[in-house]
Design a protein around this ligand. Structure first.
Ligand SMILES: Nc1ncnc2c1ncn2[C@@H]1O[C@H](COP(=O)(O)OP(=O)(O)OP(=O)(O)O)[C@@H](O)[C@H]1O
Length: 290
């Protein structure tokens, strides 16, 4: 099982510092990078794939710079980019066979792996269908299958669930969970529930920095005593909305039920409640409203 290590990794695009001084160790398990648009997730994942070079710092695999490992590292890697390229007129089977050839898999292995991974992602019935007829969910599942063809020890998935309906999202999450044994799985998302269910370790990212990193319970722990619920008038709700980060707002007859992130009791009668990952996310993000 490889160990990936990031040491002081920074990426600058001219004046823009997209990733700032990130250090961490990654071993077997699912790692979820969670952050708003522009947080630096894709840039970090592209550096982990070796597509982009860090401006400063180093990424090593088993203590060797991934740039030195070069082709050897690429053989260990499966990558599903945010927008993965495909040929719309290819059938799923032809596309996977083609990519197996690009990944230098022997012909016999290519055929069996193509079938194996189409079955795993539930596309075996559609293997002779042209990709241009696929739904968004089917496309994403095809993307996972192509990333797996070379049986990678490191699987990197950039926004794998974006644009999927809830049913497809759940299906996708289950596939990812089933793949996590004996692998490093790294995924990025801005959807809290994606990482809540499948990530062993969560990294909250904002403006290129890792704000915090840990298991779900250690991340939510920081927000303990800072999440409150109350039922107030519409007028009071408007005032609280201006002042605090509101996790949830629900109209109940003529009143408003609020879930608020605040250091101290935000209004008389508010009671502290157990924080979830969404609450903790808002807490770490500095109370910015969605
Ligand atoms: N090639 C580039 N040249 C200049 N700026 C870039 C480049 N790539 C990314 N950036 C900038 O770096 C920052 C981080 O972008 P990145 O795509 O890594 O964020 P992200 O967290 O993946 O966001 P999203 O969820 O929208 O994909 C953004 O401000 C973006 O505009």
């Amino acid at each position: 099982m490889p160990e990936l290590k990031l040491e002081g990794v920074t990426k600058r695009f001219k004046q823009k510092e997209a990733v700032k001084n990130v250090s961490m160790n990654l071993t077997e398990g699912v790692y979820g990078f969670l952050g708003e648009n522009g947080a630096g997730k894709t840039t970090l994942l592209r550096m982990l794939c070796g597509v982009l070079r860090p401006t400063e710092g180093m990424i090593t695999c088993d203590n060797v710079d991934i740039r030195t490992l070069d082709g050897e590292y690429r053989h260990m890697l499966g990558y599903l980019p945010q927008d993965f390229g495909y040929y719309p007129d290819f059938t799923a089977k032809r596309y996977l066979n083609y990519l197996a050839a690009c990944k230098a898999l022997p012909r016999e292995t290519a055929a069996s792996k193509t079938l194996e991974y189409m079955e795993l992602v539930g596309l075996e019935e559609h293997q002779n269908q042209k990709i241009k007829t696929f739904s968004g969910g089917m496309l994403r599942r095809l993307g996972i299958a192509q990333a797996l063809l070379n049986e990678p020890e490191i699987l990197i998935l950039d926004e794998p669930t974006s644009g999927l309906d809830p049913r497809e999202r759940i299906r996708f999450r289950n596939i990812i969970s089933s793949l996590s044994k004996d692998r490093i799985v790294i995924l990025s998302t801005h959807i809290v529930s994606d990482v809540e269910y499948i990530a062993d370790e969560i990294m909250l990212m904002k403006s290129g920095r890792i704000l915090c990193q840990g298991r779900m319970d250690s991340i939510t722990k920081a927000a303990e005593g800072k999440v409150w619920e109350c039922t107030v008038s519409q007028q009071e709700s408007d005032r609280l909305n201006d002042e605090f980060a509101i996790c949830n707002l629900r109209n109940v007859e003529s009143s408003v039920h609020l879930r608020i992130v605040a250091e101290k009791c935000p209004v008389k009668g508010a009671r502290p409640v157990e924080p979830g990952l969404e609450d903790a996310y808002l807490y770490y993000m500095g109370g910015e409203r969605e």
